[in-house]
Design a protein around this ligand. Sequence first.
Ligand SMILES: [Mn+2]
Length: 427
Amino acid sequence: MQLNSFLSPHENISSKDYNSSPGLEEGEIDTKTTLRTRSQSSSTQLVVPENASSLGYINSQARQRTEELRELLLTHSHERQLVVLQDFPDPDALSSAWTYQLIAQQYDIKSDIIYAGTLSHQENIALVRLTELPAQRWTLPVLKSKDISSYQGFVLIDNQGTTSQLMPVLEQASIPLIAVIDHHNLQGDFNCEFVDIRPSIRATATILTQYLQAGLLPLDSSVSHHVKCATALMHGLYSDTNRLMQAKEEDFMAAAYLSKFYDAQVLKAILQANRSKLVMDVIERSLKNRIVQNNFSIAGVGYLRYDDRDAIPQAADFLVTEENVHTAVVYGIVHDEDDELEIVIGSLRTTKLTLDPDEFIKEAFGQDSSGRFFGGGRTGAGGFEIPMGFLSGSNENSSYVKMKWEVFDSQIKQKLLKLVNPKDNPI
Ligand SMILES: [Mn+2]
């Protein structure tokens, strides 16, 4: 596939093309002297730096986190790091990771952005191609074939390690987790040097943009990869906030800053990427199979290829637009022909303000034997992945294949309907 060849693990477009601009001198932004608070100080109060015209507004919490990150990067300068994304990275993850990579370069930290799954959403593929975003696909066998001992640590961005297959291998190799930067609800305790998890923010791209604004890497519109990175961040912000409709003040502030650097033409081209026929087919199946109860629309779409995995959230996006539906859940069995692996993958989309996707998914599916949840979420959206264990793997016998789907389909439906149907179990 074109995509895979573009993202061949042997290809490394991450380092040599980007000349880092000179690093800021330490203490160049002195929060104590250059900031004036508008009113009584509080951790979320907006503060206006003197150079606000060029950097925009950032609140004191963001500024403090930035200072902590600066310290961290100084401590780790000259090291090599891995930036680990969820298996199916979205624009928010991809753009945030790239921004981190560019920031870290200022401190002579060389990082590789990796993910184990695939890019399957047409917009994500367009984003990576059009901005030459330096993410690399490292499947499990690729990771195992690498000498990862040359990395002194890894960083999780837009995820907390629960959605990456690479985690166990990194843990086994004793590569330390150095930082977590995310906006999803907290999914565990982290014993690492830097944690910036802010669920009140709608996109990780906002958090990374704040680091830029606070001076970790001032963008320059005459630098081509700065423009591309700003475009990627804008796309990340757009897609995680439902085209800014769910954006909050800080997200708008970040978008305002990025608006001075991004390339509107490129963003338009990314957003206009067409759906593949396979995605259309999955949407069709979701429409045919959906059941609507109590304003929930639930649809199982059967089997789909690994590369088409992103058709599931797109089908959920579509189902939630139906009149009288506030929440859509779409799921299917995704199979990876190379690894003979099968996994149930699902997506939830909701427009109901009082429904917390994170809580809903955790409540519906519970935890596995090691206490791990099958998924979680953020505002308006959530996802889950349920391993199929012994039942995983393809089978020639078509009635067996059909039966296996029916078993999983009814089990998932039953768990969802328990929450959806208030007669049985009010939420
Ligand atoms: Mn995100």
